[in-house]
Design a protein around this ligand. Structure first.
Ligand code: ZN
Length: 127
């Protein structure tokens, strides 16, 4: 993501950013191993940073950009799924329940409903 957001970035900058964003020190070995993996797949290439004291820098290749876009798409879907799985639905009418809903224990099972009327309808239907 860092490589995607910048024209180019040094290994040192990646480490610093991770430290800042995650609040913990990332292992340089891990970062460089990861970059080497990306390089071997043709997603990242070295760039010469002649003006910088730090000579090593990386940038995404065209393939790399496509790869990150794909990850973002997939990751976006995962987030959606995670949210969906946390949603409860009304046991009676199937409507999605958010923060305010009605719960009732029926025959030893805790069931969620959108409202008392739905719970009543559910019970009437059962008996
Ligand atoms: Zn309902």
């Amino acid at each position: 993501m860092l490589l995607k957001s910048a024209e180019s970035i040094s290994g040192y900058s990646i480490l610093k950013r991770l430290e800042k964003d995650l609040g913990k020190t990332a292992s340089p070995t891990y970062i460089y191993d990861f970059i080497n993996t990306l390089k071997s797949k043709g997603y990242v290439k070295d760039i010469k940073r002649s003006k910088s004291k730090r000579s090593r820098g990386f940038k995404l290749t065209l393939e790399g950009h496509k790869f990150v876009d794909k990850i973002l798409q997939r990751f976006g879907n995962l987030i959606e799924v995670a949210i969906q799985s946390k949603l409860k639905i009304c046991a009676s009418c199937g409507v999605k329940l958010y923060e305010n809903y009605y719960s009732e224990t029926i025959e030893g099972k805790k069931l969620n409903f959108c409202c008392v009327h739905c719970a009543k309808a559910f019970k009437n239907h059962q008996h």
